[in-house]
Design a protein around this ligand. Structure first.
Ligand code: HEC
Length: 314
């Protein structure tokens, strides 16, 4: 019953205003906030699907090169190194072509100790690699990162040395093809061991526009809700004030004054809605009959035949 005492002190207008404000807060939070959450999740889901599809195709290129192209190296002259046979070179090259059509999508295959200096990891990529190293059961990590004022959805998977054939080129320089060492140098991309997590595959999809569009939509909805609320608020409070609260207050004041005066003929205001006018007449009649009874009780002369001005129905 916590509402009881506070309701006692509250005027009708204040009560209605509080109810309307509560409705506004709830509808804004649920309406605009809910729509923002739904649209944002949908944008992220689309980005996640795009990223997964593209990352899967990059992995498909590496395994195709691994399975069907790499063994051709033995048939090529040993003094020349064909990097086209290297799985991760092939994936990078294919994606490079894809970016001619979709320049915003970013494919990366950074390693903590990379063969190609272009694959040196950023601090964010080092952090992801270390998370995969700390938790070998982790299959992928996805999230949002901000780079140069743009938001990207990223999907990352660990790169593990899962094949003895990787070690031909990534264990020691003397095991690697001499032509490869001549091209890439003897100090990068070596010293890897079987089952090491050496780097990550990461696909980033830009989502700045999608997130901005979502926020704009939610803001438009909030503005619309606010406008409808404002109109409702003004219309309701004005109608309430003129048709109910002010006449009721006038009636209450007049009834209060009538209860304190000795004057028998009091005029009560007769304005406001139908129910209020009914109440005013009833109070008028009540006042008259009360005074009649009081006069009789005090032994005065028999009352004059009197009828209140609006006592028509009786
Ligand atoms: C024939 C030698 C060779 C084999 C076999 C090979 N790689 Fe590489 N790898 C390279 C070269 C060369 C590059 C650099 C390619 C480039 O220029 O982008 C590379 C690049 C990479 C990269 C990108 C980061 C970096 O070092 O620049 C990763 C990750 C990688 N290899 C992992 C593997 C794994 C895992 C395997 C086994 C499944 C493997 N490699 C097999 C030679 C090889």
């Amino acid at each position: 019953m916590a509402l009881g005492p506070s309701l006692d002190k509250l005027g009708t207008s204040a009560l209605i205003r509080r109810i309307l404000l509560a409705i506004l807060i709830v509808s804004l939070t649920i309406g605009a906030g809910g729509v923002y959450e739904i649209l944002r999740n949908r944008a992220l889901e689309t980005a996640s699907n795009d990223a997964r599809l593209l990352l899967t195709s990059a992995v498909a290129v590496t395994s195709f090169t691994d399975d069907e192209v790499f063994h051709l190296m033995n048939q090529l002259p040993p003094d020349k190194f064909y990097k086209q046979l290297v799985p991760f070179y092939a994936a990078n090259a294919v994606f490079h072509r894809l970016r001619e059509t979709y320049p915003n999508y970013i494919y990366r295959e950074p390693a903590l100790n990379p063969t190609n200096p272009n694959d040196r990891p950023t601090p964010h990529e080092v952090e992801l690699t270390e998370r995969f190293q700390d938790n070998p059961a982790l299959k992928e990590i996805e999230g949002i990162r901000r780079e140069q004022g743009k938001d990207f959805f990223y999907l990352a998977q660990p790169i593990k040395v899962n094949h003895q054939q990787c070690l031909v080129c990534h264990s020691t320089p003397d095991r690697a093809p001499a032509a490869m060492v001549a091209e890439y140098g003897p100090s990068n991309g070596f010293g890897w061991a079987m089952n090491d997590t050496v780097g990550i595959l990461e696909l980033s999809v830009p989502i700045t526009d999608e997130l901005r569009g979502t926020a704009e939509l939610a803001a438009t909805l909030a503005a619309g809700l606010l406008l409808v609320f404002l109109i409702t608020y003004i219309a309701l409070t004005t109608a309430l004030e003129t048709a109910l609260v002010t006449p009721l207050q006038r009636l209450a004041d007049a009834a209060d004054a009538a209860s304190r005066t000795t004057n028998e003929h009091v005029t009560l205001p007769n304005s406001g809605t139908r129910e209020l006018r009914q109440l005013s007449s009833a109070i008028g009649r009540l006042n008259l009959s009360l005074r009649k009874s009081l006069r009789q009780l005090s032994g005065g002369a028999p009352p004059p035949p009197e009828t209140p001005p609006d006592k028509k129905e009786d």
